[in-house]
Unconditional design. Structure first.
Length: 226
């Protein structure tokens, strides 16, 4: 399968997230070694472009030149730079993720056999919240995922058909993935989460997201994921 892997970053210097960005790029390059790799600088004004010159070796760096620099706007700009017809799988990462070395291999194995009603996946396995009820497990390509009512955009993975049906995303702050997930559910399609990446940026969110404080640990063993 032809894979595109993209990372979004914004003002990593100002937010003290350079180490997180560097870890994301490094682990992403290892995990997605045969993918086409991109970085979207979402309109940074703090010198993050200089960081990317050093840290984004092996990535194509693109920039959001628009006036709206929300995560939704950034994802829209990133996807506009991709020739979707050239790819079978698209993976989009925030700049605070540590990707497991086998992430690409497992995502490709899963999507090769995944049913068409699996519209959207995330490589990040969330804690329990009220909005991400577990609906069961799904096994495809010897890879197990958890069917849930949410797929966090910090580590999205999807076929180009998802973007054609559900993109572009809303550009208001903090709501682009929530809106997309609600529309997936309304369409009668499913979302799946995998344990293929760690979210390192909790406590240092560029959007002030402190929801981790209300999350409850997920019992991975109960779902055969431990």
């Amino acid at each position: 399968m032809r894979v595109a892997f993209g990372v979004l970053t914004f003002n990593a210097l100002d937010f003290g997230r350079v180490d997180l960005l560097t870890e994301t790029l490094s682990s992403g390059a290892t995990a997605f070694s045969t993918a086409d790799r991109f970085v979207l600088d979402n309109g940074s004004s703090d010198g993050t472009q200089d960081v990317l010159r050093e840290a984004a070796v092996g990535y194509r760096v693109v920039r959001n030149h628009g006036s709206v620099r929300s995560p939704g706007a950034g994802r829209n700009v990133l996807l506009s730079h991709l020739d979707l017809d050239a790819y079978d799988l698209v993976v989009v990462s925030d700049d605070d993720m540590r990707w497991h070395p086998d992430a690409q291999a497992k995502l490709v194995a899963f999507f090769r056999d995944a049913p068409e009603d699996v519209a959207l996946c995330s490589a990040y396995l969330e804690p329990d919240w009220a909005h991400n009820t577990v609906r069961g497990v799904i096994d495809c390509g010897s890879v197990r995922g958890l069917v849930r009512d949410n797929a966090p955009a910090c580590a999205w993975a999807f076929r180009p058909s998802f973007w054609r049906a559900f993109g572009p995303l809303l550009e208001e702050p903090k709501c682009e993935d929530t809106d997309a997930c609600k529309r997936v559910l309304k369409a009668g399609q499913r979302m799946v989460q995998f344990d293929l990446a760690e979210h390192l940026g909790w406590g240092n969110s560029s959007l002030g997201n402190a929801s981790i404080l209300s999350g409850k640990p997920l019992d991975k063993a109960a779902w055969g994921l431990a």
